[in-house]
Design a protein around this ligand. Structure first.
Ligand SMILES: NC(=O)c1ccc[n+]([C@@H]2O[C@H](COP(=O)([O-])OP(=O)(O)OC[C@H]3O[C@@H](n4cnc5c(N)ncnc54)[C@H](OP(=O)(O)O)[C@@H]3O)[C@@H](O)[C@H]2O)c1
Length: 273
């Protein structure tokens, strides 16, 4: 049996679906199983990652677990106690910066460090910017103009389903233990490129406007703590995070290339209409 934390999230729900498709027994962890709508063949189990001591029963009998970064390292001790052999961790490119002064990089680095010193076998999955982040623009896309910051910063955006495909390979086989995988899409795109591609998928003229830093900062402060806002400015204004480099990981691990943003946009037009 394989346990998937964040089994309702962008990456986790794809992992659950893909594991069911290959015939694995799957437990999807969620805070609210009644709302989880997991695929037939998977079981939703209530668990709160902020309370590691409650995870034991859900983990018992699992051969491998998919976990998210930013929670207590006690989760790894619970997994070991429950007899789990292998953990696949959703980390991020920022773990590679080594910058513990950056709040986002820090929680990824600290979670990776705790997993490395545990007795568990591990695989670090380090995706760059998710294609699904474009859903943040839905209201602006409906209105025809997207204002977003960091106009000149390209990111090799990745479909969460491709991150999941890499994670699934690492969950079901010992072959990927001890590996740190940078996971990217097939091309680096600036925000304006992504808006243009979404417009082509929708058959509409969309305009991109570079959002000034002060306006972006004020908007972000309404959505997240200041240390995370500073972290994103560190990534994209100060340039500590390289998301432009394209890696062959998806092709090498899964045997097929990652999806393009254009294909993802066509598959998701319904979400922007
Ligand atoms: N977006 C990006 O560009 C990007 C890039 C690199 C790395 N990442 C990493 O990816 C993570 C997000 O992944 P995602 O997009 O797949 O997630 P998501 O769609 O934001 O969903 C979050 C998941 O975490 C679960 N969750 C949240 N708090 C929980 C708790 N206390 N106990 C149990 N489960 C909890 C939620 O489950 P329920 O609500 O059902 O309980 C949900 O399944 C980020 O936090 C970041 O670490 C993101």
């Amino acid at each position: 049996m394989i346990v998937v934390a964040g089994g309702t999230g962008n990456v986790g729900r794809e992992i659950v679906r893909q594991l069911v498709d290959v015939g694995e027994a799957v437990t999807a962890l969620t805070r609210d199983p009644a709302k989880a709508r997991v695929p037939a063949g998977a079981t939703a189990v209530a668990a709160d990652l902020t309370e590691p001591s409650t995870l034991g029963p859900a983990l018992t009998g699992a051969s491998a677990v998919f976990l998210l970064s930013g929670y207590s390292p006690d989760i790894f001790a619970e997994a070991e106690k429950a007899g789990v052999r292998r953990v696949v961790l959703l980390s991020g490119g920022s773990a590679e910066t080594g910058d513990r002064g950056n709040a986002v990089a820090r929680y990824m680095i600290e979670t990776e460090d705790a997993l490395r010193v545990s007795g568990l076998a591990w695989t670090m999955v380090r995706p760059r910017m998710f294609m699904t982040n474009a859903f943040q623009w839905t209201a602006q896309i409906k209105a025809g103009v997207v204002r977003a910051p960091w106009a000149d910063v390209p990111s090799a955006v990745i479909d969460p389903a491709d991150i999941a495909a890499v994670a699934v390979k690492a969950l079901v086989s010992a072959e990927h233990e001890g590996r740190e995988y940078p996971v990217t899409g097939p091309e680096a795109l600036r925000p304006g490129d992504r808006v243009r591609i979404l417009g082509q998928a929708l058959g509409r003229d969309l305009r991109y406007e570079a959002q000034p830093d002060d306006e972006a900062r004020a908007e972000m402060l309404q959505q997240m703590p200041a240390e995370y806002v500073d972290a994103f400015f560190g990534f994209y204004s100060d340039g500590i995070l390289d998301e432009a480099t394209v890696y062959p990981t998806v092709t090498e691990v899964t045997g097929r290339p990652p999806r393009t943003f254009a294909d993802w946009a066509v598959a998701n037009v319904g979400r922007f209409q």
